[in-house]
Design a protein around this ligand. Structure first.
Ligand code: URP
Ligand code: ZN
Ligand code: ZN
Ligand code: ZN
Length: 462
């Protein structure tokens, strides 16, 4: 199977030029000013950008959480990812504390294998650490899962103790794997929730005050201290505010290897959405919470300057009816609203619309934020995250002239609402290939379920 892409403007993290690309057997086999060959298919990309396939390093698909399950399966989830240009996603494998890690890993993998249309990997959630844990985690790392995930929040569910955190970081440091972390001080959150509820403050607008920026900054400081003590490499997921970024900076200055992620909801939404009437605010409840506009402006500067390396989604889809409603007052309260916002489909179009087309981000910086930096951070570069000879033919042909509007009535994700309903979009993925397979055409999914493979990721040592 030979696919020829002609006249596209190829944009990688460090190059920007017009050329033809030949794809053979899932990889990029030739890049040249003009390629003449008998191809099975030729796509004219004149006037379009060609980006390396996007990588979303923070996604939830199978997620038993807060008394329910996240809505998507790999059927809807991987189709939505591809329509948004994401050719590889890394899902959080989140076992319960009494679940065996290997059984959990096999369970999570079984949900994706044979069903996912895009490539996938996992961050292995470490939710308990005992004497049997190191051998089991080593086996999982040997399967190409070269990152762990710890939760400093969600005490009693996924949250680890400090002793467990220490051992997890120690092991990660030995194995050369990255520890990804959700940083919030769990005890402060539960105390604050109890205070607010006692005052009769039950609605979704009290979710943010229950987990203020200082609680997130405290979690970041705490996690970075463990990185410094163990020599592990860390990655802080969903950084929502200035205070959290600033908490990490002194550690980075002292040589601690800590990388920061933010997620698309924090860049385009603010805390007024959680105040919408008729419990609509519940659609915008996620943790850490969506902050006020001053933090949003800070985050835009931090992604433009490189202080924050990646823009992920933290896709965690729950329906409004039946799921978000579990926290509706007066019978219930905001602590019972399943946390999360569906977004795997919209990350790149929203970042491009609010970032590139407004002049806040260069095209090359955009590529770093949605693809290259995640590939480098998580052991996939240069097979993924760039366009070069021998790389996987994960390509996004982007139409910068497209204009559209986001709506739950047309999205692919399996939720009954869209948190970005009515947002106008500039540009979109027109054609997307995943290891050479044309998976999106004219913005519509045309790929095949089961095409996606588990990505073999390398450790820091390899
Ligand atoms: O609100 C969120 N973020 N839900 C998903 C679980 C997590 O903390 O990432
Ligand atoms: Zn989290
Ligand atoms: Zn501390
Ligand atoms: Zn998450």
């Amino acid at each position: 199977m030979k696919l020829l892409i002609k006249n596209g403007r190829i944009i990688t993290a460090d190059q920007d030029y017009v050329a033809d690309i030949l794809v053979e057997n899932e990889i990029v086999s030739q890049i040249a000013t003009s390629i003449d060959t008998d191809a099975d298919e030729t796509i004219d990309a004149s006037g379009k950008y060609v980006f390396p396939g996007f990588i979303d390093p923070h996604v939830h698909i199978y997620l038993p959480f807060m008394g329910t399950y996240a809505k998507d399966t790999y059927d809807s989830g991987s189709r939505a990812a591809l329509v948004g240009g994401t050719t590889t996603l890394i899902e959080m494998c989140c076992p319960a504390r009494n679940e065996d890690p290997i059984e959990a890993y096999e369970l999570w993998k079984s949900k994706a294998e044979g069903l996912s249309a895009c490539d996938f990997s996992f961050h292995m959630g470490v939710t308990i650490f005992d004497e049997t844990t190191p051998d089991k985690l080593k086996q999982i790392v040997d399967d190409g899962i070269t990152s762990f995930k710890v939760f400093l929040a969600y005490k009693g569910a996924f949250g680890v103790t400090d002793e467990e955190l220490f051992h997890t970081c120690k092991l990660a440091s030995e194995l050369g794997v990255v520890v990804t972390a959700h940083c919030e001080n769990a005890d402060l959150v539960s105390q604050r929730q109890a205070e607010l509820i006692a005052e009769g403050k039950l609605g979704p607008e009290y979710h943010e005050p229950s987990r203020p920026v200082t609680v997130e900054a405290s979690g970041v400081h705490h996690f970075c201290t463990f990185l410094e003590m163990t020599g592990a490499s860390g990655y802080i997921v969903h950084t929502s505010c200035r205070d959290a970024v600033e908490a990490a900076m002194p550690f980075r200055d002292r040589g601690v290897d800590v990388t920061l992620e933010t997620v698309i909801p924090y860049l385009v939404l603010d805390n007024t959405y959680a105040e919408l009437p008729n419990f609509e605010g519940a659609k915008y409840v996620m943790s850490p919470p969506i902050r006020d506009k001053t933090h949003q402006a800070f985050l835009w500067n931090a992604i433009a300057s490189g202080t924050i390396s990646t823009v992920a989604t933290d896709h965690a889809p729950f329906d409004f009816a039946g799921q978000k409603e579990m926290g509706r007052p007066p019978e219930s309260n905001f602590t019972k609203i399943p946390n999360g916002i569906p977004s795997v489909e919209h990350r790149a179009t929203l970042l491009y619309t609010a970032g590139v087309s407004t002049g806040r981000l260069s095209l090359r910086r955009f590529v770093e934020l949605v693809s290259t930096n995640a590939a480098k951070q998580f052991g996939m570069f240069p097979q993924k995250g760039t366009i070069q000879l021998g790389a996987h033919a994960d390509l996004v042909i982007w139409d910068p002239s497209y204009r559209g509007t986001i709506s739950a009535s047309s999205h692919v994700m399996d939720t009954d609402y869209d948190g970005f309903e009515g947002f106008e979009i500039t540009g979109r993925p027109e054609v997307v290939t995943c290891r050479g397979q044309v998976s999106v055409r004219d913005g519509k999914f045309v790929g095949s379920l089961g095409h996606g493979k588990l990505v073999q990721r390398s450790t820091k040592a390899e």
